[in-house]
Design a protein around this ligand. Structure first.
Ligand code: SAH
Length: 231
């Protein structure tokens, strides 16, 4: 398939799944988010045998028992972050780097942490190949955040902790937004947005039910492959 074929599929994905969904899911309206979703070549973030499915309305495997999230969920989470062009964002759970690229299209700087070393390496290489020079990917436990670059205007986790990690709350700028799936059980996690007010107080709002992989809690980075096929 050619890049222009993928571009047609991508436009179709944005219109049918995200901008004008025909089922009862709420539409995403943020112009910056829609533009980023129209731009990032999602087929470059999955293995070749899955490229033709890259614009389908579902998550796809990326190896190491992890997945690239469904496009709609990527768009919803990005919109919830209420990003501004000058923002600095922390992402926990780089995975394929797809969500990272969507963020990098919108904001000034993205720091992304991934606990599986091989996924972090593959994502870093892919992001470089695609020309994203405003992203830094680090192998490590995102539960602890990235204190050297804190505070962050927005923080996004794409793996689900059972409780909101203290470090992420601490590293959130006053006025900032933290978006994450919360809860132990696959498919019954809640997508949460936490706002930190100018006073430092936080408020929390529940958006929808989601299904993410669990956030690894242990303070150790997985550097050896745990199985799966990266492609
Ligand atoms: N946003 C990704 C989807 C990632 S799936 C994408 O667009 O492709 C969630 C990822 O979180 C997995 O790659 C998993 O290895 C990673 N992860 C789980 N626990 C983590 C932790 N404590 N710190 C950093 N990454 C973690």
């Amino acid at each position: 398939m050619t890049d222009s074929t993928y571009a047609v599929m991508r436009e179709d994905m944005v219109r049918r799944q995200i901008q004008y969904p025909c089922d009862d899911r709420p539409a995403v309206t943020d112009a910056g988010v829609l533009s980023a979703m129209r731009t990032v070549p999602r087929h470059r973030f999955v293995s070749l045998d899955l490229a033709s499915a890259a614009y389908d309305d579902r998550p796809l495997p990326i190896g190491y028992e992890q997945t690239i999230s469904q496009p709609y969920i990527v768009a919803v989470m990005t919109e919830l972050l209420a990003l501004e062009p000058n923002d600095t964002v922390l992402e926990v759970g780089t995975g394929s780097g797809y969500q990272t690229s969507v963020l990098a299209q919108i904001v000034r700087r993205v720091y992304s942490m991934e606990i599986v070393g091989a996924l972090a390496d593959a994502a870093r290489q892919r992001l470089t190949e695609l020309g994203y020079d405003n992203v830094e990917v680090r192998t490590g436990n995102g539960n602890l955040g990235w204190p050297e670059h804190a505070p962050f205007d927005a923080i996004l986790a794409t793996a689900a902790p059972v409780d909101v990690p203290r470090a992420l709350l601490d590293q959130l700028q006053r006025g900032g937004r933290l978006v994450l799936p919360l809860g132990p059980v696959w498919r019954t996690q809640k997508l949460i947005r936490i706002d930190k007010k100018a006073t430092g107080e936080t408020s929390q709002r529940q958006i929808m039910t989601v299904g993410f992989v669990p956030m690894v809690k242990e303070n150790r980075a997985v550097t050896e492959p745990t199985g799966g096929d990266l492609g």
